[in-house]
Design a protein around this ligand. Structure first.
Ligand SMILES: Cc1cc2nc3c(=O)[nH]c(=O)nc-3n(C[C@H](O)[C@H](O)[C@H](O)COP(=O)(O)OP(=O)(O)OC[C@H]3O[C@@H](n4cnc5c(N)ncnc54)[C@H](O)[C@@H]3O)c2cc1C
Length: 299
């Protein structure tokens, strides 16, 4: 597979038997057979056709900030878009950007152009593509508020533009979680604002994150979705779970909604800790917690 790929893509864009722990914010994950770092949309299409022709499984990732990869790794090809496709263009109150750009960088660029709407994205550590896929959000804002259209390619290589009402955006959900399309870029509709006010707001959000979140430890952010009527952090804190540890995986003592890799954590440690938390919450609150993170790889 590797030899054949080198015929269609530059060698420096390919990683063979690559530890996924190098590509996830959790610093967890066994090896992927191949990781491709595409330099263009053309490269992505080539990999798509190659994988389809050979029947090789394909997984798309941005920056791996919402991913838990299993210890046996990922069979097939991983296309890592984060950092690879990162052009953007500002036109009046709109920004068009490619999917691999850092969302927080885009928020800074919007602010520099006195455009308001992306302040919430300050400190969300993923790509634009990942943020669209997850309908990422914070502090009362979410991608749904600003997305105008998304350009994507289907598993069969067909390009399509999705208008906002076709994306079924809701809490941490977009249609891309079900249709298999690869997000290539997005157009965002922002509003003219006051640059200083935008920057003040972003600084405040960043300070809140530093105060509340364990940003100095590897994690994948909030592990669970917010169940109706509850906040996960305080819920787990009340159960005395802060600091609870299995192997190297620990419920953060700064924010109980985060599991951190406290050193040498395996995916199995995290999965066991997730199960333990879920069982405690079920027992005491009669609530079924659902992971927000995406869990992938060979079982
Ligand atoms: C410290 C910390 C704080 C966080 N805070 C927040 C927060 O406040 N709000 C929030 O919503 N999230 C938060 N997150 C989670 C995470 O940053 C977001 O979910 C982010 O949007 C994921 O982007 P990514 O590029 O890293 O995606 P990845 O983790 O690489 O992928 C996530 C999912 O998106 C899919 N995907 C990624 N790119 C594409 C693409 N181009 N086309 C198709 N599918 C794609 C992947 O297949 C995967 O299923 C936080 C994470 C950390 C570590």
């Amino acid at each position: 597979m590797y030899e054949e790929l080198t015929r269609i893509l530059p060698v420096h864009t390919l990683r063979f038997n690559e530890p996924m722990s190098n590509h996830t914010s959790f610093k967890i994950g066994g090896p992927a057979d191949i990781v491709v770092l595409p330099e263009s949309i053309g490269d992505i299409q080539k990999v798509l056709f190659f994988a389809r022709e050979k029947g090789i499984p394909l997984f798309i990732m941005g920056f791996g900030s919402n991913l838990l990869v299993r210890d046996k790794g990922v069979r097939g090809i991983v296309i890592k878009i984060g950092n690879c496709l990162n052009d953007f263009k500002v036109e009046d109150n709109e920004i068009y950007a490619e999917a691999g750009i850092r969302l927080s960088y885009l928020a800074k660029k919007a602010a520099e152009n006195s455009l308001s709407g992306l302040e919430f994205a300050e400190g969300i550590p993923g790509s634009l593509g990942g943020a669209v896929f997850m309908n990422a959000g914070a502090y009362g804002g979410e991608m749904k508020d600003i997305l105008k259209e998304v350009h994507a390619v289907s598993p069969d290589g067909e390009m399509k533009t999705f208008l906002k009402n076709e994306m079924r955006l809701s809490y941490r959900y977009s249609i891309f979680q079900d249709n298999g399309y690869i997000i290539l870029g997005a157009k965002m509709q922002l509003k003219k604002g006051n640059k200083e006010q935008i920057l003040v707001c972003m600084r405040e959000f960043a300070a809140r994150r530093r105060e509340k979140q364990p940003l100095n430890m590897p994690s994948a952010g909030s592990i669970f979705k917010r169940p109706e009527g509850y906040y996960v952090g305080p819920m787990l804190e009340k159960l005395g779970l802060k600091g609870y540890r299995i192997g190297g995986a620990e419920v953060s003592d700064k924010h109980a909604g985060f599991i951190v890799n406290a050193g040498g954590a395996t995916c199995e440690d995290v999965l066991q800790l997730i199960d333990y938390i879920k069982s405690k919450v079920r027992e005491v609150y009669n609530v079924e917690l659902e992971p927000e993170i995406k869990i992938i790889g060979e079982e």
